[in-house]
Design a protein around this ligand. Structure first.
Ligand code: SAM
Length: 447
């Protein structure tokens, strides 16, 4: 949008830019085109824009794909946006508390925005949560914040936000924009950054909750050494520091993101096994093989059971919180079956000699790191969806947080039942078939 068009639109709306909403409208058409080109939008891509304002970025995005969602807070702009972009979905609301979980049913999407400066960090964190359908994010931010997000270890710009977001996202600083391309011109320069998911294996795998705890503690007082700050969560700092190749006198800003990951994966018994190099031991586990009546007829290794499609046993557990939300896990990329698909809160095979209920309790401990009582729902007969397994379906009640082993689980999230119903209906391909079967059975059992 040219400056004259922006001014004309504002006067038609009888509105002027509002400082408290961080309104600095972009009036350089070429720059808007360039920004959108950095998203590489194709006609089938789905995208979401935060704070479309008068449409400076919306217009070029819309020319490339009509599958867009807009989130705008300013009441004065809603009717205008609805009329100008009738094909796009418009959410009148605050992007800081927008429920990103609602987006999963729409599939992967590209996120963009010339963000209102006063809430840029909150928006960044909301849309880069571990469980997000965003595949790339392109944001214009205050230059200082952009530099902080893209900073390398050792500098004063490198801080907790850099390290927290940097575990999953690679941040590129694309270019700086002068204040003069905005109406009104802000007091500071802006920069465009692009966040893309880090390729698998680029950083050591670790538990996200442990990582976040250590990073927040470590950066809580920048001048203090890590030994003191991390003590409540990591009393063996000296040993851990040696293992990750850091001096014991280190401060938070001297540790690279890779070292933070190693630190989170470190245990007094040594580093947790790297799932990328270890792969799963497909031959080590032994399961009971059963007949059509679920009677044990022998034993076989995990490999034989799957290779020869022998009937065996497994459990799925649905964990609910007090709000009635169900915790779903996204299977890790290293899983031999259904990698990166969404699955029950916890699930696993019944080992030789074990019963279903014991297995359910063990799986909760191994996969989520918690002890909880389980309640039997139903036994599901072997079928293609369960991989020829008898499945004991259980529920449990817990509020989290959970400790998720990175070799097994990429991430996890609570979802409302309504969100899951819509998501399963729209995109069954996102879920492991075994979960879909259990979901179906659980819903029928509940009615
Ligand atoms: N995208 C437009 C452009 O580039 O010209 C406008 C960018 S302006 C910097 C920020 C936009 O975000 C404004 O339209 C403002 O009303 C909107 N906004 C402010 N706070 C918001 C919030 N919490 N949630 C969603 N939108 C918000």
């Amino acid at each position: 949008m040219k400056l004259s068009e922006l001014q004309a639109t504002l006067s038609e709306l009888n509105a002027s830019p509002t400082k408290s909403l961080g309104q600095n409208f972009l009036h350089d058409k070429n720059l808007a085109e360039w920004i959108i080109s950095q998203l590489d939008l194709s006609p089938s891509d789905h995208w979401l824009e935060i704070g479309p304002g008068l449409g400076s970025l919306t217009h070029p995005a819309c020319e490339r794909s009509s599958h867009g969602i807009l989130i705008e807070k300013d009441d004065r702009l809603i009717a205008f946006l609805r009329q100008r972009y009738p094909k796009l979905d418009l959410v009148h609301g605050d992007a800081c508390d927008f429920d990103v979980r609602n987006l999963f049913c729409g599939g992967p999407l590209k996120v963009l925005g010339n963000l209102p400066y006063y809430v840029s960090s909150q928006i960044l964190f909301n849309f880069t949560a571990d469980a997000t359908p965003a595949t790339v994010l392109l944001f214009t931010l205050q230059k200082e914040l952009a530099q902080r997000m893209a900073a390398s270890a050792g500098g004063k710009e490198y801080g907790a936000p850099t390290v927290l977001i940097g575990r999953r996202w690679k941040v590129e600083l694309l270019r700086t924009l002068p204040a003069s391309v905005f109406l009104p011109a802000p007091k500071v320069e802006s920069s465009v950054i692009r966040l893309t998911p880090r390729p698998s294996g680029e950083l050591p795998a670790c538990d996200a909750a442990r990582y976040n705890t250590l990073v927040k503690l470590g950066f809580s007082q920048r001048r203090k050494q890590l030994g003191k700050l991390l003590a409540p969560a990591l009393p063996q700092w000296s040993e851990a520091a040696e293992a990750i190749g850091a001096p014991v006198t280190s401060r938070a800003e001297s540790l690279s993101i890779e070292q933070w990951c190693k630190l989170a994966a470190w245990t007094p018994d040594g580093p947790a096994t790297d799932p990328a190099s270890g792969a799963q031991d497909l031959h080590g586990e032994t399961f009971d093989v059963v007949n059509a009546l679920d009677e044990v007829t022998g034993q076989a290794s995990r490999f034989e059971v799957h290779e020869q499609r022998l009937r065996h046993r497994a459990v799925h557990i649905f964990v609910f919180n007090a709000a009635g939300e169900l915790f779903l896990q996204k299977r890790s990329r290293w899983k031999d079956v259904c990698p990166l698909m969404w699955d029950s809160s916890a699930a696993g095979h019944v080992n030789a000699g074990e019963d279903y209920a014991e297995t359910a309790v063990r799986e909760l401990r191994e996969e989520l790191g918690v002890d909880a009582a389980v309640e039997f729902v139903e036994k599901i007969e072997p079928c293609a969806e369960t991989g020829e397994e008898f499945v004991g379906l259980y529920t449990a009640a817990h509020e989290g947080p959970f400790r998720l082993p990175p070799a097994e689980i990429d991430c996890g999230e609570w979802f409302t039942l309504y969100q899951i119903v819509r998501w399963v209906e729209a995109r069954p391909q996102d879920f492991a078939p075994g979960f879909l079967k259990c979901w179906d059975v659980w819903r029928r059992a509940r009615c």
